[in-house]
Design a protein around this ligand. Structure first.
Ligand code: F6P
Length: 496
């Protein structure tokens, strides 16, 4: 296959060839007013993280879904010539519109996401049936097959021996199965699950064709990876209990059809230098003026509008804190940055409304002439978020469950105010940051109210000590280490 620089799709001598496969890619395309093609960086922490893999100069190719109309045009072109972005190659995959809608809006995001984050109100939901089967058979499975075919097409000219295929996340659980069917040779395949993996019982909500299908496909990978030891352990137990397989829980191994599947935890991180540089930029410094104008101490949250983030309970907790400690009225502003997400899914659209209603309620109840208790912003403005990271006194991350939560890591690195982190014990980040944060049960609004008060009134000495330790923890396990740890295991798996 020819590329823009004229060589084969994936190049290199004896070095391993890396292929990253994820739903969202590093770049998305559009047309500007003069009709010229423009590119912008893809959304989400995963993109930042995977950029670190491609930066390794290991001949990376990144295969992702075409998201926009212009992406679809690029997808057609990339069949002939992968797009070059910052030294690596991008291949966009065009899916059939209805299949993608069924995968994204009916199977992956409502169903798998809800099961894995424990979001269902089980006496009432989910209500599964023929629609679920259709979303699986006509959406999730074909989209995954399409991905595997795109990988195979891209790699046509390349032998399998040193091939490393890194598949990412719950949108692509069936890809390892189809990859094994399509690829000759002995490619190394890993699947990184970036969201929580619940205990075996959680999986019994799903019909067998989803539950068994997902597990059997994941076990075609050589490594199945998670952000925390807890999720890795849950996966091993799920394989044991749901499929009846032999496992070694201590070592993190599932034995499947004569093969060993390694189950590992690699806590994802960030590139602290990148965030520090962004924090110094002119754009961020300008936005800081707006943040600094907010009255009193700054309580901050930054999230996608997602039910797993527990935004509404956060406002209830804040309301209780203002009730219990009336002296705090006028002394703090809660800046809530909630970025629109997955708005075509009814549960998400309703959640956006619930957030607005909760904010209105708190503001109506506690507002004073010169003080608005909550300032809600529902835009996606990264520079403004960084400006807020730099200036918070308290950061609230109270997720119901979260794979990792990179906001916590990004924010503690650039914060200039010795801010206090109030952190859910169910966020993946809690395994690393819990000791220096104020830990909360995400369901207990009274405990959160007290934690917010404690954080807002903590002595300078204690704030400083905790903030320093949080920053050091993130700096000691950067995104580079996340990549290195996986590479070490790939070599070990291959007996190198
Ligand atoms: O981390 C989970 C994840 O779904 C990623 O796969 C994704 O990039 C991000 O959250 C944002 O979600 P979406 O791609 O649905 O906007």
């Amino acid at each position: 296959m020819a590329t823009q620089d004229g060589d084969t799709g994936v190049t290199g001598g004896d070095e391993a060839r890396f292929v990253i496969v994820s739903n969202r890619g590093p770049v998305t395309f559009s047309r500007n007013e003069s009709g010229e093609r423009e590119s912008s960086r893809g959304a989400g922490g995963l993109v930042t993280a995977l950029n670190a893999v491609s930066r390794r100069g290991r001949n990376a190719v990144w295969i992702a879904s075409a998201m926009s109309e212009e992406d679809a045009r690029v997808a057609k072109e990339s069949l002939e010539a992968p797009y070059e972005v910052e030294g690596f190659k991008v291949v966009l995959v065009e899916h059939e519109g209805e299949a993608y809608d069924l995968m994204y809006n009916h199977l992956a995001n409502p169903l798998l996401w809800f099961v894995q984050h424990g979001l269902y109100d089980l006496p009432y939901a989910p209500e599964l049936g023929d629609g679920t089967k259709r979303a699986w058979e006509e959406g999730y499975v074909p989209v995954n097959k399409n991905f595997a075919e795109a990988v195979a097409r891209t790699l046509e000219d390349v032998g399998g021996e040193k091939l490393v295929i890194l598949v990412h996340d719950y949108q692509l659980y069936m890809t390892p199965l189809f990859l094994r069917e399509r690829l000759k040779g002995d490619a190394f395949i890993s699947l990184f699950v970036h969201i929580p993996w619940p205990e075996p019982e959680g999986w019994r909500i799903l019909p067998e064709y989803v539950r068994g299908g997902v597990l059997r496909s994941l076990l075609k990978a050589d490594v199945v990876a998670f952000h925390t030891r807890r999720y890795a352990r849950n996966f091993v137990r799920t394989a044991q209990e749901v499929l009846g397989l032999e496992v070694d829980e201590e070592e993190g191994v599932v034995y499947h059809k004569g093969r060993e599947v390694w189950v590992r935890a690699y806590p994802i991180s960030i590139d602290p230098d990148e965030f520090e540089e962004l924090a110094r930029s002119e754009e961020v410094r300008e936005q800081e003026e707006v943040v600094k104008d907010l009255p009193g101490k700054l309580l901050l949250r930054v999230d996608r509008i997602d039910l797993s983030k527990n935004v509404v309970r956060g406002f209830t907790a804040y309301d209780r804190m203002l009730e219990r400690y009336p002296e705090m009225r006028g002394e703090v502003t809660f800046l809530a940055r909630c970025q629109p997400s997955r708005g075509d899914i009814p549960e998400y659209a309703r959640y956006a409304e619930a957030i607005q209603e909760a904010v209105d309620e708190v503001n109506e109840k506690h507002r004073m002439s010169s003080w608005e208790p909550v300032v809600l912003s529902m835009e996606d403005d990264f520079s403004f978020s960084i400006a807020a990271y730099k200036n918070y006194d308290v950061l609230l991350v109270n997720a119901v469950r979260d794979g990792m939560n990179l906001i916590a890591k990004e924010a503690v690195v650039v914060n200039d105010k010795d801010g206090v982190l109030v952190l859910s014990e169910n966020a993946g980040a809690h395994e690393e940051l819990g000791e220096q944060a104020l830990t909360v049960n995400p369901f207990d609004v009274d405990e959160q109210a007290d934690a917010l008060y404690k954080a807002l009134t903590m002595t300078d000495g204690e704030r400083g000590r905790r903030a320093k330790a949080l920053k050091q923890t993130v700096e000691a396990n950067t995104i580079e280490e996340w990549v290195e740890a996986q590479l070490r295991d790939i070599a070990a798996y291959r007996g190198e």
